[in-house]
Design a protein around this ligand. Structure first.
Ligand code: AGP
Length: 424
């Protein structure tokens, strides 16, 4: 066991590390050694640290996503968006290797895994490289195959999650190109990977904030960064130029569309009041919105402490017996009409059961998803399909927040959640 102490004296900070195993001296701990630490300056405004007009940091972070997304895009695109290209400085020397990889392996835990899952289709589509998904702990448990010809992309908000770091060591040992996507400059993940992108979604607030903080805007910023990764990797293909330009236009529109979704706050509070004493909430999604379903359910269970599950809608007929359902649906795209009509059939099956059904769809589509007003519908603006998960998760974040408050749980100090999961 290692104990670290901090002493603040005469305007200076001393850090001491007691190593329980090494430092024993006649039954007591030996005098600690002073530890040299690199100082990093937090580039934050006072308003970022204060809760401002918000009741809780979680609420503030949900509502500040238009700004965090703008920052993420401004800092990584280097103004190059005007010419409809994306420049990821941290990756530019490795793009050729990524394009030639046998496969891209996304690795992460929890919310970061979900963000990677949301980005998988667009990375596959634009790069033409197959993408596989790995939950970090499972990759390590299985010692799953990782090859020199692979690019392993590690996604982590904190950059310090033990499972993800262990998977990173494993991928490095196996010779893969390791790319990091993290919010934390100087984190272990940023230091150990060969190259990477910093999402710049905002600094951790500190004492009062919890594991639940930061992950709201990290999720949406991570998806944006991975869409940019897809654009950069697929950047030299003429065949997908129109698609790439549409995505870049969509990225630029995103902050204003997020603002529009945030106006659903009262509606989500009202919905939370309706669901307050329910036992369970099932969230169905398919295609790009499978990840939305997983992430929405994760938020509900970790902060509102209500049982919730994200389910791939295609699995509906293979077991789940829903009572309360929140069905995520996003459509309008020619390419995904197939997906859309399948989701509509899932909605019909859900309607046939006795449960309460809530459907999320793009603006203007409520009449077709809720024939004769048969279920409650939440409309979100339409954006390029691969960016739709950024908008669709926000009502679920708001729902989780309001459920937490209404159920009387502590939003600032969620039970059993540590800031970074640094143990396995
Ligand atoms: C906490 O709110 C997250 N839901 C949690 O799942 C987190 O994403 C996970 O522990 C991984 O953390 P990381 O992104 O810092 O690696």
């Amino acid at each position: 066991m290692t104990i670290v102490t901090f002493t603040v004296q005469d305007g200076g900070v001393s850090i001491f590390k007691f190593d329980h195993a090494k430092g024993r001296c006649g039954g007591t701990l030996a005098r600690p050694a002073s530890v040299e630490c690199a100082l990093s300056v937090l580039e934050m405004e006072v308003e970022q640290i204060n809760k401002g007009k918000y009741m809780h940091y979680m609420q503030k972070e949900i509502h500040e996503q238009p700004e965090s997304l703008t920052t993420t895009m401004r800092l990584i695109r280097g103004g190059a968006c005007k010419s409809k290209t994306v420049l990821l400085r941290g990756l530019k020397d490795h793009l050729k290797t990524i394009r030639r990889s046998r496969r891209i392996v996304f690795v992460g835990c929890g919310t970061s895994y979900n963000a990677a899952l949301a980005s998988r289709p667009i990375v596959e589509e634009l790069s033409g490289v197959p993408v596989t998904m790995e939950v970090a702990s499972d990759l390590v448990d299985r010692q799953g195959p990782i090859y020199r010809e692979d690019t392993a992309v590690f996604v982590s908000q904190s950059g310090e999650t033990a499972d993800t770091l262990q998977a990173l060591d494993y991928a490095l040992e196996n010779g893969a190109l390791c790319v990091g996507i993290t919010n934390t400059v100087g984190s272990a993940l940023a230091r150990k990977t060969h190259c990477g992108v910093h999402i710049k979604a905002g600094c951790e607030i500190g004492v009062a904030s919890t594991k639940a903080s930061n992950w709201h805007f990290a999720y949406t910023s991570q998806i944006v960064v991975m869409a940019m990764l897809a654009l950069a990797v697929g950047g030299d293909m003429i065949s997908n130029e129109t698609r790439r330009e549409a995505i870049i236009d969509g990225l630029l529109d995103l902050p204003s569309k997020v603002k529009a979704v945030l106006k659903l706050d009262e509606e989500m509070k009202d919905l939370a009041e309706l669901l307050i004493s329910e036992q369970s909430l099932l969230v169905f999604g398919r295609g790009y919105n499978y990840a939305t379903a997983l992430e929405g359910a994760l938020k509900v269970k970790e902060v509102a402490l209500m049982h919730s599950e994200g389910i791939l809608a295609g699995e509906m007929k293979h077991g789940p017996q829903p009572s309360n359902c929140f069905s995520c649906l996003s459509y309008l795209f020619h390419k995904h009409l197939f997906c859309c009509s399948k989701q509509q059939s899932v909605i019909q099956q859900l309607q046939a059961r006795k449960g309460r059904l809530i459907v999320m769809c793009t603006k203007g589509d409520s009449a077709s998803v809720s024939v004769g007003g048969s279920c409650r519908v939440i409309e979100v603006p339409h954006v390029e399909d691969c960016l739709q998960p950024v908008l669709n998760v926000i009502p679920l974040q708001l729902l989780a927040y309001h459920l937490t408050v209404l159920r009387g749980h502590n939003v600032a100090q969620t039970r059993n959640l540590a800031k970074s999961v640094t143990t396995q």
